[in-house]
Each structure stands twice: as structure tokens, then as C-alpha cells.
Design a protein around this ligand. Structure first.
Ligand code: ADP
Ligand code: MG
Length: 495
């Protein structure tokens, strides 16, 4: 039996597994295909890295983004684990060298881009190796219903079928609706997989939706009041990114932009400045984030509403990976809906698909946009409940940790706690009540009950209209006894 606790301690320096990790690892080590749906920050990487270290041969990890692979391999090497990546960022010579090393058994874990699985040279290489295990990270990329569909993920199953011995397969994602989950199982051809679905809830995150008239001012104020905290601000377009980053800089904030229009060198420079805390704020398009494992991001602000709830939750979820309280704030305006519609219709992906698929694709995306808009504009439900329900998870509000629930409880506090009970006045009112009781020949509680008396002591009604708002006072009581109570209150106040 592999000593997974020993590996956890000696390589990662952690003393205990987080929820779900041990189950996934044990399932994989028992040789069973596994589908793990775990929220961002749950620690999915470790769930495939530890089995890879326990098995003979080399493990392949399929990952969609170069920056993601680089980040992971850097982390592995830093822990003393022999890892490498094969992707288009390598020169032909570096690639040759890496393959030669791999053939000599230098690596335990190799990250590959899905496109490479179709290349004959790579297939030859893979067939010559002992590959006990293949892990597919960000597995939602295999589904058209996912938010990040990548056609090349569809080639994975064919690649697996070409290997001399079928490896154990694992799929990992943070974001999967029921439809995405079944697409993953079907398209990867998982065999009777062990499925684990941790809840999606990230308890340490606060969710807020606001519609400020001046979004920029909102952001500047927010960032200033969170000095020395790291934050990400997402915008829909490059132009918004550049303008907002400049505006923040003008206000003395160390903010840097990040989007696909910048030179590669500038992008990775800015990213590093952020990771190493030299820039506290990064203003970015959705090009930023996948594969960034900065655990102490204290807030994620969406300057614009994103295109769908999956994207939103994944981006917002980059806050608070370390489990500490963090804010996720969405700034909504009607214009965001139109920008998203425009972006969906002119997406580059449309060119890769055949025209019938394009129409289907656009329709799905517009439908998702509608649900995102609904989330951003509806003022009748706990936001956490909305998100979790979207992912098929039940939730009973209030969460006390979203802009809806907090507002609700503030209103309740106002109603119940703000007026204080004046005990002296209460005594005065009790005397008035017993005088009335004597005069009318009825018990005191029949005049008005204790709660009514307490409310009068708190709200101090001055007119009959005020009096009618008090619990337990109807028309008749107000006419019969009202004057006595009002006079008593007035006399008390003028004392
Ligand atoms: P995911 O891919 O699920 O979003 P990562 O694998 O990037 O999450 O892990 C998120 C962070 O949690 C990383 O900094 C990782 O080192 C840390 N982490 C993972 N497992 C544990 C653990 N058992 N104990 C402490 N920290 C952990
Ligand atoms: Mg991950």
C-alpha cells in the first residue's frame, strides 16, 4: 500500500488531506476511473499528482493552457518532483530534449496540451512508454455545455484507445452541471467511474451585486479601502481593462493590466508582479486567471457582468483559495448585456465549427447569458442559493453572506433593535394602563397587553395615526385609550 500521507508530508509539507482528496486518490490507486467535481481551491492537482507518484511509469496530465502547465510544473519542481510540459511554448530543440529525457524515464509527470495528442510523433512516443494513468484537468472543456469548449479535448478518448495498455483515467473540474458531467463521462469514455461531487459552496466568499451609477468611482473607493490586499478586477474588453488600470494608477494604486492584446513579455511580467505582491491589483480580461494559484486574493470585482454563471463563479472563485474571508463583487449595468451579446456573436470559436453547430453554439450561449442577467438583476433571493441551485445543488437561505441576505438582516436589525426600550417610560405607561383598567372596570391586560405597552415605550406614538401602527391597537382601543397614553408620553417627554 502506498504511503500517501508520507508523500503529502514530505513533498507538499501538508499534514492532512482536505475534503474529498483521499477518496479520489484511493479510488485512482485501486485502478478505477474517477470523475472529481471539486470547487476551485479544493486542491485537485494533488489528487492526481500523488497517485502519479505512487505508480510505476509516467503519468500524463492533459491541461488546456500553457500558463496553467507552466505554473503546475514550476510548483512540482519546487517540491522536488520530476515534472515537465510539452506544448507549443517549447522550441523544436527543447521539445526534442524533453522527449529524449522522457524516454530515459526522467519524468514522473508530463503535462501535455490536448492538440499534441493528435501528433504522430507524440503518439509514437506515448506508445513506447509505460503510462499507467492519464489525468484530464479542466475536464469541462470537453463539453459544448461547458463554458470553455475546446474541440481538441474530443480527441482524448481516441488517443487513449491507441495506447497499448489502457491507463486509469481521471477527470477533474470545478464547474460542472449535470449535462457537463455526463458529457465528460461519455466523451472521455470513462468506465464505470467513481464520481465524487463536493458541494460547490465556498463558505468564505461574500457575494455582492451592485449597480453603482459610477462604476469606476466604486472600484477606486473599494480598492482604496482595501489597501495592501491583493485583488483581481475583471472587465469584458481590453479597452475597459486599459482605461480602468490607468484610472487606478492615477489614484496612486499599484494596478497593472492583463489581456491578450499585450506582448507576451509584458503579460507575464504583470502577472509576476501580481503573484509576488509588487502590484496589489490586476485589471484583466478573462484571459487572466486559469492556472494562477495565488491563494491570498482577497477580492474579485467584476467591472462588467460576465457571459455566464460558470465563468462568473470560476473567476470569482479565484478569491480566497486559502479559505480566508474574501469578497466577490459584481457591478451590473444594462450595457453589459449588450456587450456580451456582441461578443458571443463574433466569437472566434464560431469559425472553427460548421455553420449548423455555430447556430446551436450561439443559442446555448445566449441562453446562459440570460440566466447570468437574471442573477444580476433579481432582487428576491439569496445570491448564494441562486448560484448553487444553478449547479444543481440545494441550498437553504439565508446565507448571511451575500448582498441580499446582509441587506435583509440589516433591515431586521433596524426593525427590532434600533429603538431602545425606555424602562422608566414603560413604568409610566403601566400606571396609565392600570388607571384605565380601574376606570373601565376591566383587567389591565384587556386594556392593552404587555407587548403593546413595550412597543409604545419604544416608538412613543404622538398621534392617533402613530398609535394605530402599534401592535395590538385597533380603532376602538385607539379611540378609548389613545388619548391617555399619548398624554402620558407627552408629559414624560416634557419632564
Ligand atoms: P484546484 O485545482 O482544485 O483549484 P489547487 O490544486 O490549485 O486547487 O490547490 C489550491 C491550493 O490548495 C494550493 O495552494 C494547494 O497547494 C493547496 N492545497 C491542496 N491540498 C492541500 C492540503 N491537503 N492541505 C493544505 N493545502 C492544500
Ligand atoms: Mg486546478
Amino acid at each position: 500500500m502506498a504511503d500517501i500521507y508520507g508523500i503529502l508530508k514530505s513533498y507538499y509539507g501538508y499534514t492532512s488531506f482536505r475534503k474529498g482528496q483521499e477518496d479520489v486518490i484511493n479510488s485512482l490507486l485501486s485502478g478505477r476511473d474517477t470523475l472529481a467535481v471539486m470547487p476551485t481551491g479544493a486542491g485537485k492537482s494533488l489528487c492526481y499528482q500523488i497517485p502519479a507518484l505512487c505508480m510505476e511509469g509516467v503519468t500524463l496530465v492533459i491541461s488546456p493552457l500553457i500558463s496553467l502547465m507552466q505554473d503546475q510544473v514550476r510548483n512540482l519542481i519546487a517540491m522536488g518532483i520530476r515534472g515537465a510540459y510539452l506544448n507549443s511554448s517549447l522550441t523544436p530543440r527543447q521539445m526534442e530534449k524533453a522527449i529524449a529525457n522522457a524516454k530515459q524515464g526522467m519524468y514522473k509527470i508530463i503535462y501535455v496540451a490536448p492538440e499534441r495528442l493528435e501528433m504522430p510523433s507524440f503518439i509514437d512516443f506515448a506508445c513506447s512508454q509505460n503510462i499507467p494513468f492519464v489525468a484530464v484537468d479542466e475536464a469541462h472543456c470537453i463539453s459544448q455545455w461547458g463554458h470553455d469548449f475546446r474541440p481538441s479535448y474530443m480527441q482524448i478518448a481516441d488517443f487513449i484507445a491507441k495506447l497499448p495498455k489502457r491507463p486509469v483515467l481521471a477527470a477533474f473540474t470545478a464547474t460542472a452541471t449535470q449535462m457537463v458531467r455526463s458529457d465528460i463521462i461519455k466523451n472521455l469514455r470513462l468506465r464505470e467511474p467513481y464520481s465524487i461531487g463536493l458541494g460547490f459552496d465556498r463558505e468564505n466568499l461574500y457575494f455582492g451585486v451592485y449597480s453603482p451609477i459610477d462604476k469606476t468611482k466604486f472600484v477606486v473607493d473599494y480598492v482604496k479601502s482595501h489597501e495592501n490586499k491583493s485583488g483581481i478586477i475583471y472587465c469584458l474588453t481590453r479597452r475597459y481593462v486599459d482605461e480602468l488600470a490607468e484610472k487606478l494608477q492615477d489614484n496612486g494604486i499599484s494596478a497593472l493590466p492583463y489581456h491578450a492584446g499585450l506582448e507576451d513579455s509584458e503579460r507575464s511580467f504583470n502577472q509576476n508582479e501580481f503573484i509576488y505582491d509588487k502590484a496589489k491589483v490586476i485589471v484583466a480580461t478573462n484571459a487572466f486567471g486559469m492556472g494562477i494559484d495565488k491563494p491570498d486574493v482577497r477580492y474579485v470585482i467584476h467591472y462588467n457582468m460576465p457571459a455566464n454563471i460558470e465563468d462568473y463563479y470560476q473567476q470569482a472563485g479565484r478569491a480566497g483559495r486559502d479559505g480566508e474571508p474574501s469578497d466577490c463583487i459584481l457591478l451590473y449595468s444594462g450595457k453589459d448585456v449588450r456587450i456580451n451579446e456582441y461578443l458571443i456573436n463574433k466569437s472566434e470559436e464560431n469559425e472553427l465549427l460548421d455553420p449548423v453547430d455555430v447556430q446551436k453554439h450561439i443559442a446555448i450561449k445566449l441562453e446562459k447569458l440570460k440566466l447570468m442577467t437574471f442573477y444580476s438583476t433579481s432582487k428576491t433571493t439569496c445570491l448564494r442559493k441562486r448560484i448553487l441551485n444553478y449547479f444543481g445543488e440545494a441550498y437553504i437561505p439565508p446565507c448571511d453572506h451575500c448582498s441580499y441576505c446582509v441587506k435583509l438582516s440589516e433591515e431586521q436589525i433596524k426593525k427590532v433593535k434600533v429603538p431602545v426600550l425606555d424602562k422608566e417610560l414603560l413604568t409610566v405607561l403601566e400606571e396609565a394602563r392600570s388607571n384605565l383598567a380601574k376606570r373601565w372596570g376591566i383587567p389591565a391586560y384587556s386594556v392593552v397587553n404587555d407587548r403593546t405597552l413595550r412597543e409604545m415605550a419604544m416608538y412613543r406614538p404622538k398621534t392617533e395615526a402613530d398609535l394605530l401602527k402599534i401592535y395590538g391597537i385597533g380603532q376602538v382601543k385607539s379611540q378609548r385609550y389613545g388619548k391617555t397614553f399619548i398624554n402620558a408620553i407627552e408629559k414624560y417627554e416634557s419632564k
